[in-house]
Write a protein of this length. Sequence first.
Length: 238
Amino acid sequence: MNESRIIVALDFNNAKQALNLTSQLDPQLCRLKVGKELFTAAGPVLVEQLVRGGFDVFLDLKFHDIPNTVAGACKAAVSMGVWMLNVHAFGGKKMLLAAREAIPSGTAKLIAVTLLTSIGRDDLDDIGLHEEPEQIVRRLAALTESCGLDGVVCSAQETSSLRHHVNPDFTLVTPGIRLENNNHDDQIRIATPSAAIKNGADYLVIGRPVTQAHDPLCMLRQLNQIVENERPVSPPAL
């Protein structure tokens, strides 16, 4: 059984590049994330191929629409055999409940996106949300948990706070993971693998440090070792 907490982001625009990378990886050492760009280019066929190859697939399409449409999309995602999928918490309570009802318990993990890691305080001001990112993430996480979803996507900067406000089995998935010597690229709220685990993240979404590595499998082994050797700071009981 795959116990890895590393999710490799397949941020490619075609199936050939994605499959070239995954041929160098070990399904026991990572899971895979298929996002909008790759899914739009390659579709369900690639997702099903990755699943047949033994990989757990996180379908990162951030469904955000009217409840009935999102429910249908969630059912279609589960039929591909994905391990995890997400919706956007900004879709609201009715949409979140519809998504939860559409996916039988014990099949795929269902999580919700809170705030993208590219969004900072200035961006929130631009859209009329005059709060700190952490406050918004906390409120959206509480809504998501109350609707029965399995967890949220949040930055490592919010995981420590959330661990004090959600149940221990509520899954926190953290993108924006960078190594010490990596630049930030288009992400703002980022963290190293070690910091993310200390803050309480369950899964780390890691793209460029693996996909652009000279030896992706070697990098993956190093990342798994970092994660295995790190321990989260335990929050007080709820």
